[in-house]
Design a protein around this ligand. Structure first.
Ligand code: FAD
Length: 636
């Protein structure tokens, strides 16, 4: 049985109880302790800066050429906080409840409550750093709504919330770099975790400029390496985003949880051709004012502006009258797919739906809509050539966010002592579906507020542990594993590129383990993955040498994606229920709503790696609900 280490006491006191009792490390001893932090996004940068400020020595890693190019930079819409500035009924409890319900009752109460509890302080923290949140005329911070809630709790900085928050975290990080407390290793990729006597003690990283393999030893290792939505190839994530850090930790003993729970964002730009490598996200904030519709008549090719009102189907407003266009992402994306599959898709590839601002422009005036979204409208026009003030946007669901990730307990420790996972890399807070704007929050809260208590609590017990160095045989072994894999890729003599395999695995997952799943499709996927694995072994071709070589980098990531995809299918197959983003076609109501099975599946599925070509082992963490009643999730 796995232990989630939820503190004793009533829900609202758990985090305070934990903090009151957490062990501390004396300032004089902190400088003797080293921590590796993989990732410089919001989770990694905030954690590294906060721990360095406390006095620990940090080695910080990212694969980009600058820490501030971590993918958090791409987040547009906003960050949630229960501050109730609008006096519209918000509270910590309501945010907690919305998040639990949004995740379809598949997350841990204690973690979610802590997320909501820490949210208000995060906004104050970011404002103090100088994050330029949008303000009302009077100077107060402004809010808007995101899907799955009926209050306005989303703080935003135009369409650049992630970038502005990241600049705040980055400045904190660079302050510590200049003080000598953080050593920053950009263009370095962690390729192996080093575990000694059952504890995480270091990593093997490859210098992506020179190809050199480096050994780094530490007293604790933090993975804040982001999400793995790019496993679908076409997604809202950048090409470089990958699962390798967490996957390699998984193969060293860290469990993966909720691994098939992938969020498809309802307002991405649709795919427009076969040679595309990325889909562009249009922020969910647009759903505050945009109305979603499709023509009632299938295969309707008319210009949208000429289609009369009574020939349009505002299907979200029709099906979910209380939440309407702000229905949560899983529900909105699935509803869009239903319309597209039924022949109501629009646009050149008939793979889109309309997001229409005409009613909002009529009601509020173009100036007001411009004030809220002009950069998003400008971006849309730049990409599509369409002026969305005059014509509805074309949007479509796209793979976006991974609720799954490394299993962590309340302290954000993985199943390997000394290995922590933060931000999107862990599975912790979002259950089977994340509410919009809760992820920037989670990444920041994990790094600024939680890890600075839980990591010292662990390190306090490591002070007297023997000091290790990079000559330990575990480092030889880990480096050899990496070396052998790189050599194998460099000696490959097939004919197919990494992208060929990436597209294959992405398409396969999209069709069989995507917006909807079934036993039949998942079993087919598992068989096809075996064939793909075999083909990858013999048909891959990597050109170039072991220096700067992006194909070589990608090869390792694709190898990991193929194994990850297999685990995703196992996870989705084993969970015989529909919950959140996991929609099993066998488990739905006659009108197509998800049917959850609390009796048999009210647990977190944490998977253990058992070796190449072995079945993974399932560990169940029961989910106990003491503060909310399990209810059928309805947004009608
Ligand atoms: C287009 C887009 C828009 C979004 N908008 C919002 C929004 O409005 N609100 C919201 O709440 N959420 C949003 N999200 C989600 C949110 O941005 C992310 O979940 C969050 O920023 C993740 O932060 P992170 O620190 O966990 O990871 P990231 O910011 O992805 O950082 C990962 C870091 O890990 C490093 N890394 C990864 N692997 C390795 C390795 N093997 N070796 C070395 N370094 C490694 C990377 O270099 C990077 O520094 C959006 C996501 C996308 C894609």
């Amino acid at each position: 049985m796995i232990d989630s280490k939820i503190p004793e006491g009533p829900l609202i006191e758990k985090w305070n109880n934990y903090k009151a009792k957490a062990k501390l490390v004396n300032p004089a001893n902190r400088k003797k302790l080293n921590i590796i932090v993989v990732g410089t996004g919001l989770a990694g940068a905030s954690c590294a800066a906060s721990l360095a400020e406390q006095g620990y020595n940090i080695q910080s890693f990212c694969f980009q050429d600058s820490a501030r190019r971590a993918h958090s930079v791409a987040a547009q819409g906003g960050v949630n906080a229960a501050k109730n500035y609008k006096n519209d009924g918000d509270s910590t409890y309501r945010m907690f409840y919305d998040t639990i319900k949004g995740g379809d009752f598949r997350s841990r109460e204690a973690n979610v409550y802590r997320l909501a509890e820490c949210s208000a302080a995060l906004i104050d923290h970011a404002v103090a750093q100088g994050v330029p949140f949008a303000r009302e005329y009077a100077g107060y911070l402004n809010n808007r709504s995101f899907g799955g809630v009926q209050v306005s709790r989303t703080f935003y900085a135009r369409g650049q919330t992630g970038q502005q928050l990241l600049l705040g975290a980055y400045q904190g990080l660079l302050r510590q770099v200049s003080l000598g407390k953080v050593a920053l290793h950009t263009r370095h990729e962690m390729l192996e975790l080093v575990v000694i006597d059952g504890k995480a003690k270091g990593i093997i990283a490859r210098n992506l400029e020179t190809g050199e393999l480096e050994r780094h030893v530490a007293d604790a290792v933090v993975l804040a390496s982001g999400g793995y939505g790019k496993v679908y190839y076409l997604s809202t994530l950048a090409m470089g985003c990958n699962s390798s850090a967490i996957w390699r930790a998984h193969k060293k003993g860290a469990y993966m949880a909720g691994v098939s729970w992938i969020q498809f964002h309802p307002t991405s730009l649709p795919q427009h051709g076969e040679n595309q490598s990325k889909l562009t996200l249009m922020s969910e904030s647009l759903r505050n004012d945009g109305r979603i519709w499709v023509p009632k008549k299938a295969q309707d090719d008319r210009n949208p502006n000429t289609i009369p009102e009574d020939e349009r189907d505002y299907y979200l407003e029709r099906k979910y009258p209380s939440f309407g266009n702000l229905a949560p992402r899983d529900i909105s994306s699935r509803a869009a797919k239903e319309q597209i599959d039924a022949g109501h898709g629009v646009g050149p590839m008939k793979n889109a739906i309309y997001l229409d601002f005409s009613a909002a422009i009529n009601a509020q005036g173009k100036d007001n809509i411009e004030a809220k979204y002009s950069n998003l409208f400008a971006m849309y026009e730049k990409i599509t050539g369409i002026n969305a003030y005059k014509e509805p946007m074309l949007i479509s669901p796209s793979a976006h966010f991974t609720m799954g990730g490394l299993w962590v307990d309340y302290e954000l420790t993985t199943s390997i002592p000394g290995l922590f996972a933060l931000g999107e890399a862990n599975f912790a807070d979002h259950g089977a579906n994340r509410l919009g704007a809760n992820s920037l929050l989670q990444a920041c809260v994990d790094g600024y507020f939680i890890a600075p208590y839980t990591i010292p609590n662990y390190l306090a017990g490591e002070l007297n542990a023997p000091k290790l160095n990079i000559n330990h045989p575990a480092f030889d072994e880990a480096e050899n594993t990496v070396r052998n894999q790189l050599d194998k890729f460099l000696n490959s003599n097939g004919t197919l590129s990494t992208d060929y395999f990436h597209k294959k695995i992405g398409r396969l997952l999209y069709e069989k383990c995507g917006l909807s799943r079934s036993k039949e499709k998942l079993e087919e996927a598992l068989n096809e993955i075996q064939l793909l694995k075999a083909s990858f072994e013999k048909d891959l071709l990597i050109t170039g040498d072991d220096t700067l070589n992006s194909e070589l980098e990608k090869a390792g990531r694709i190898a990991d994606y193929i194994e990850l995809a297999e685990l995703m299918c196992h996870d989705a197959l084993q969970r015989e229920e529909s919950c959140g983003a996991h929609f099993r076609e066998e488990h739905q109501t006659p009108d197509g709503e998800a049917v959850r099975n609390d009796e048999d599946f009210c647990y977190v599925s944490a998977w253990e790696w058992k070796g190449k070509d072995q079945q993974p082992e399932l560990h169940k963490e029961p989910l106990v609900f003491e503060s909310v009643e399990l209810a059928v999730r309805s947004y009608k």
